[in-house]
Design a binder for this molecule. Structure first.
Ligand code: HSE
Length: 428
């Protein structure tokens, strides 16, 4: 029997406790599958005196995660504290410098400092694994790193924030406005401590940036992700999209183009009957397209104790088995700088306008669209009141830049009565 793999776990929230439970409850299975026992030697968290529902008395306690990360009796530092900087980064750097492998669920840290951490780990001959950082229980990192390693990846896309998907699905199913469902999600504890991370698309943007690095062999470039959150999605848009045969999803898309790497995380319309359109609640889905494999669709729980701990344990099992892969697939020294390209590939757009209900108003906006080379596919006017007329337009394929110019020009027509909503319709 090989020597035990000794874990030091920093962060005893939902995921940390999930990991502790699996290590305790599945000791025999883990030994059988990896060929060596997996044990916890020490743990750390912000608060020691707290009932976490599991007995932690048999593990050493460290107040300072850096001390935990550098202990002689720790082989793998398991970072489950979160936060792009602060203690998580300090302890991860200390662990690498002390010759430990690292397993983390911290997408913010990887999206912000992934390249530097990868360089440090590789220089020290250590690995950083992070399956739990993207799409919870879905083994998407492993799929990209290993199973699809021989593919030229052409596109990665997906729904990677369960909270946003819950909010959008619940708005649709219950016919409730955004603010009501946001309050529900908050009461249910679904939102991150800073809700902007979820509803502003930042959490999902972090995940997309990490996936892009592996998929396209580029340095993680979170700054290159075009971000738009779901805060402006109204129940009216949800219902209008549904009437047209679409659902609104916070969709991430990354693709390498002749102009550079396009990465965008934004609310889009997808066909209601498509796999992405059918995705409900907190479930995540990632679609990977490669030249040889064509298309792979991975679907599963994006958060929660069991699914996220499952992903952390998958990484720990790989380390126990001696599987060692560079952080982002290719050695970090060889990753190319990502040349960020504004996503401008042509697509149909959903455009909701509120016009003053007066003769010629519609003609004016139609003329502006025509002047910008934008052709109308479908149009309708519904639910108007005495003063204003909501007008719904689905365009033929056009570029976002042309649409933005047209929307700006519409402000000079004198017929606009509200802020236009423009959402891309994504072919999936
Ligand atoms: N807030 C995240 C989500 C948790 O809703 O998907 C997992 O990253």
């Amino acid at each position: 029997m090989s020597a035990p793999l000794r874990l030091g776990i920093a962060g005893l929230g939902t995921v940390g406790i999930g990991v502790v439970k699996i290590v305790r409850q599945k000791a025999a299975l883990l030994t059988e599958r990896t060929g060596r026992p997996v044990v916890i030697t020490a743990v750390s968290a912000r608060t020691r005196d707290k009932d976490r529902g599991v007995n932690l008395a048999s593990y050493d306690w460290e107040d300072d995660p850096v001390k935990l990360a550098t202990r002689d009796d720790v082989d793998v530092f398991v970072e489950l504290m979160g936060g792009s900087d602060g203690p998580a980064k300090a302890a991860t750097e200390a662990a690498i410098a002390a010759g430990k492998d690292v397993v983390t669920a911290n997408k913010a840290m990887l999206a912000t400092h992934g390249q530097d951490l990868a360089l440090a780990a590789e220089a020290a001959g250590r690995v950083i694994r992070f399956e739990a950082a993207v799409a919870g229980g879905i083994p998407v990192i492993k799929a990209l790193l290993e199973g699809l390693a021989a593919n030229e990846i052409t596109r990665v896309m997906g729904v990677m924030n369960g909270t946003c998907n819950y909010i959008l699905t619940r708005m649709q199913d219950a016919g409730l406005p955004y603010d009501d469902v946001f309050a529900e999600a908050d009461a249910l504890g679904f939102l991150e401590a800073d809700p902007e991370l979820d509803v502003g698309g930042i959490d999902a943007g972090h995940k997309l940036a990490v996936l892009s690095s592996i998929a396209f062999g580029t340095k993680v470039d979170f700054a290159g992700v075009e971000l738009e959150g779901i805060q402006r999605i109204s129940i009216e848009d949800i219902q209008q999209a549904e009437d047209l045969g679409y659902r609104i999803k916070l969709l991430g898309v990354a693709q390498m183009t002749g102009r550079g790497l396009e990465q965008r995380m934004s609310p889009c319309l997808v066909p209601a009957e498509s796999p992405l359109g059918q995705l409900t609640g907190g479930t995540n889905m990632v679609v990977i397209e490669g030249d040889a494999v064509e298309q792979v669709v991975l679907r599963g729980p994006g958060a929660g104790e069991g699914p996220t701990a499952s992903a952390v344990m998958g990484d720990i099992c790989d380390i126990a088995r001696g599987i060692r892969i560079p952080t982002f697939g290719a050695p970090a020294t060889g990753l190319r700088a990502a040349k960020a390209a504004k996503s401008n590939s042509p697509a149909p757009f959903y455009l909701r306008l509120t016009l003053k209900d007066r003769p010629g108003a519609l003609a004016k906006v139609a003329t502006v669209l025509g002047d910008h080379g934008i052709s109308i596919d479908r149009m309708r006017q519904t639910r108007h009141n005495d003063e204003n007329a909501p007008v719904l337009i689905v365009t033929h394929k056009t570029q976002r830049t042309a649409l933005d110019s047209a929307i700006a020009a519409m402000q000079d027509t004198g017929v606009m009565a509200g802020v236009p909503v423009a959402l891309r319709i994504e072919a999936v």
